[in-house]
Write a protein that binds this ligand. Structure first.
Ligand code: PLP
Length: 393
């Protein structure tokens, strides 16, 4: 035992002691509720990719430490993907780094690029690991709040500009955006890019939902905008796109100096990970366009099922342009506290959701919003919709 009354968890991480996902998933188990809280698919991705992983494992590819930057096949596949889809040219040897999922990419980028005391401007609500990683790096997070405007959560460009100070080191962006489902528009991205260039800021952009955009929304990588390629670390991941979230294969693409810096931190986190899965993901990225189209169409259909159910149940629904989450406003149901609502929902209606307030520093701003995941089988979503309709009663 330690001798003092000092808490075991250090001061930087004290506020991140427990996650809402653990609490809500435990509630789902205890009550038998349908868990639309955590965002992982309940069906595995393509069989041919599972087979590709088995093949790699059997053939002894990746069973021992793979190369630090990632296996060449995957780095090449990532570079070809960026070129084919976005016209972004990256050298697989010096401008691509494979990571243990996007989670490690985020951690390594922040640990490498942020000096203690540096300010990091992040869009709020934010993915929960951003706040913890900024804290581990000793940085100070400066949230800029996305607010509803004409049916979607949008960025206030004046607020963004006002958030940048002499101490700002980097902008941490996420598009398509979890949890709101917003896909940043070219206008918003152009404003971010102009600000980054004008104030000489680095940008870390989490684009793990790049393939999950619906209707006429378009995913525009920040690195494609003028002046951005040299200052942007772009984060991708196989987990969401190929429905294998347990494989933990992610990557960054960036200019050589940035990749070298991020790699310096990454090598002391996991060093390397996911050996055989890296080969399978190399094959995944080369799948024909029809895979990506079918995946999108399939998720879009699921979005329709859940959005309709939530609407009929009385929620205000922010129909997402991207990701596999729907953010709702619970105030039309006559309540305002998303925490209390989500704690009661499993008993009341047999469904688990996540209160968006956990993704906010300004908790009051996030209070009435609740997030549901629709990366689940359509029959389960139908059942959840039926259960939720009892709220309207
Ligand atoms: C799921 C998710 C991640 C984590 O990706 P992994 O590749 O599983 O580590 C990162 N960012 C966002 C926004 C996510 O939703």
């Amino acid at each position: 035992m330690t001798s003092s009354a000092r808490p075991l968890l250090n001061r930087r991480l004290a506020e991140f002691g427990t996650t809402i996902f653990a609490e809500m998933s435990a509630l789902a188990v205890a009550t038998g509720a349908i868990n639309l809280g955590q965002g992982f698919p309940d069906t595995d991705g393509p069989e041919e990719l599972r087979e590709a992983a088995v093949r790699a494992l059997r053939e002894g590819r990746g069973n021992q430490y793979p190369p630090g930057p990632g296996v060449p096949e995957l780095r090449t596949a990532v570079a070809e993907h960026q070129l084919r889809r976005y016209g972004l040219s990256y050298d697989p040897d010096t401008e691509v780094l494979v990571t243990a999922g996007a989670t490690e990419a985020i951690a390594a980028a922040l640990l490498a690029l942020v000096e203690p005391g540096d300010e990091v401007v992040a869009l709020e609500p934010y993915y929960d690991s951003y706040a913890a990683c900024i804290a581990m790096a000793g940085g100070r997070r400066v949230p800029v709040t996305l607010r509803p405007h004409e049916g979607a959560f949008r960025l206030d460009l004046d607020e963004l500009r006002a958030a940048v100070t002499g101490r700002t080191r980097l902008l941490l962006v996420n598009t398509p955006h979890n949890p709101t489902g917003t896909v940043l528009t070219r206008e918003e991205l152009t404003a971010i890019a102009e600000l980054a260039v004008e104030r000489d800021l680095l940008v870390v952009t989490d684009e793990v939902y790049e393939h999950l955009v619906f209707d006429d929304a378009e995913h525009i990588p920040l690195a494609t905008l003028p002046g951005m390629r040299e200052r942007t670390v772009t984060i991708g991941s196989a987990g969401k796109t190929f429905s294998f979230t347990g494989w933990k294969v992610g990557w960054i693409t960036a200019a050589p100096g940035l990749v070298t810096a991020v790699r310096s931190a990454k090598q002391y986190l996991t060093y390397v990970a996911s050996g055989p899965f890296q080969y399978a993901v190399a094959e995944a990225l080369a799948l024909p366009e029809s895979y990506f189209e079918t995946f999108r169409a399939d998720m879009r259909a699921r979005r329709e099922v859940l959005a309709a159910g939530l609407g009929e149940a009385g929620f205000e629904v922010f129909r997402p342009a991207g990701t596999y989450f729907i953010t709702t406003d619970i105030r039309p149901l006559g309540v305002t506290d998303g925490f209390a609502f989500c704690r009661a929902l499993p008993e009341r209606a047999g469904v688990v959701a996540i209160p968006n307030a956990v993704f906010y520093d300004h908790r009051a701003e996030g209070a009435p919003y609740v997030r549901f995941a629709f990366c689940k089988q359509p029959s389960l979503l139908e059942e959840a919709a039926t259960r939720l309709k009892t709220l309207a009663g």
